[in-house]
Design a protein around this ligand. Structure first.
Ligand SMILES: CC(C)(COP(=O)(O)OP(=O)(O)OC[C@H]1O[C@@H](n2cnc3c(N)ncnc32)[C@H](O)[C@@H]1OP(=O)(O)O)[C@@H](O)C(=O)NCCC(=O)NCCS
Length: 141
């Protein structure tokens, strides 16, 4: 894998990382820095700042990766450069990532990278779990 002109710098500076995350559409107002750190502050998780402060890219030990590019630097082809640099620095047999179905632009971006849909993640909020044993779901929400 040849070197790209995108600089990745390994970090665990969660002040900077959380600031970048707060600018993204994945941030919800009730998400605390503590919660954010629970997701990313893992022993074998590699986190890199992209070009100093343009965003960050992470890779968990199970090959799950994700990217947050700050709005001012989006739509300039940075995702591909950052991903290729991550692959160069940390080669794995495969890479995968999760994206919310409502984030159509992120799905388009991941598809453009060559990733394909391998499955679907089903989730339910605690207060929506049906208590009635006769409950029949339509599967549509
Ligand atoms: C999704 C994200 C990583 C894309 O990064 P990016 O550097 O802006 O993407 P690129 O400029 O490399 O664009 C790659 C492709 O993605 C698609 N894309 C990117 N932004 C888009 C937008 N706002 N609307 C529609 N398509 C978009 C396009 O298909 C684009 O290819 P094209 O320019 O040839 O048309 C970036 O928008 C981001 O960080 N978003 C917030 C966090 C997030 O959603 N992360 C992904 C899940 S972890």
């Amino acid at each position: 894998m040849t070197k790209t002109n995108c600089k990745l710098t390994k970090t665990k500076n969660f002040d900077i990382l959380f600031k970048i995350f707060q600018e993204s559409t994945y941030y919800e107002k009730d998400m605390s820095k503590k919660f954010f750190m629970k997701m990313y502050d893992r022993k074998h998780t590699e986190i890199y700042l992209i070009n100093k402060n343009q965003g960050f890219i992470f890779l968990h030990s199970n090959n799950d990766f994700g990217v947050y590019i700050r709005p001012a630097y989006q739509k300039k082809g940075l995702l591909k450069k950052a991903f290729l640099e991550l692959v160069r620095l940390s080669p794995r047999k495969y890479y995968w990532g999760t994206i919310r179905v409502s984030h159509t632009h992120s799905m388009a971006a991941f598809s453009k990278l060559g990733l394909t849909v391998k499955g679907l993640v089903f989730a339910i909020d605690y207060d929506k779990i049906p208590q009635d044993s006769n409950f029949k779901s339509t599967g549509i929400n």
